[in-house]
Design a protein around this ligand. Structure first.
Ligand code: CDP
Length: 220
């Protein structure tokens, strides 16, 4: 019997749209492995900053991308806003994206057992990393709603943050992510978009779960 292809869910969207939380919950519900691909870019940025180098320097960023390992992805220092900003700078460098692509595709093709598939969330999962994903979701919300969520998240981590600064940083990062030449933030033509501005996390989870359950039953 030929091996069955892993069931892949691709989730993309702008900063703080809620895609990370959603991806984690969906993975748990459907027995899938989860990869937050933003962590790969954050880890790269963290290593560059830690070495005192410039995130816009392609050689320094590529060297850092090659040093990213699974253990670093769980480091809470990756959650800082300055790391997020530097992540979107290294993410615009084609060599960095190429270096991180293999890791993501390998995760989707061979999810850690016993998972029957994987959920990957990021900016280019449905368009570049997993164009054949069984389900593609694009999760979005107004910049203001997203900035409010990020402020709550950062305050929860004990940070003193100002809403206006977070909103401004996020808009700059979104602009950089959407306008870059390689793998810009974009909804795949076959993605289902969920606007979460007026939805809470449970409502988004319910909508996405329905879409996935439908795809799973269609697959038999
Ligand atoms: O959590 P948040 O949505 O704020 O950001 P993230 O998903 O951790 O991603 C941090 C940065 O990594 C983004 O602003 C993108 O520039 C970059 N990224 C990317 O280019 N491609 C991905 N698949 C995931 C993240």
């Amino acid at each position: 019997m030929p091996p069955t292809r892993p069931f892949v869910v691709a989730i993309d969207g702008p900063a703080a749209s809620g895609k990370g939380t959603l991806a984690r919950r969906l993975a748990e519900r459907f027995g899938l492995a989860h990869l937050d691909t933003g962590k790969l870019y954050r880890a790269t940025a963290f290593l560059v900053l830690d070495a005192g180098a410039d995130p816009a320097d392609p050689a320094a960023a590529l060297a850092a991308a090659r040093r990213v390992d699974t253990a670093l992805l769980a480091d809470t220092r990756l959650l800082a806003e300055n790391v997020a900003g530097a992540a979107s700078v290294v993410a615009a460098i084609p060599e960095v994206r190429a270096a991180l692509l293999a890791f993501q595709r390998e995760f989707a093709a061979n999810p850690p057992s016993p998972s029957r598939g994987a959920v990957l969330d990021g900016r280019d999962i449905g368009t570049i990393v997993c164009p054949d994903a069984a389900v593609k979701l694009f999760i979005t919300a107004s910049p203001e709603a997203r900035a409010e969520r990020r402020v709550r998240e950062l305050r929860g981590l004990g940070g003193a943050v100002i809403y206006g600064d977070v909103l401004q940083d996020m808009k700059e990062r979104d602009a950089r992510d959407s306008s870059r030449r390689v793998a810009p933030l974009a909804a795949a033509p076959d993605a289902e978009t969920i606007d979460t501005t007026r939805l809470d996390a449970d409502q988004v989870f319910a909508q996405a779960s329905e879409i996935i359950a439908r795809a799973l039953s269609a697959q038999g």
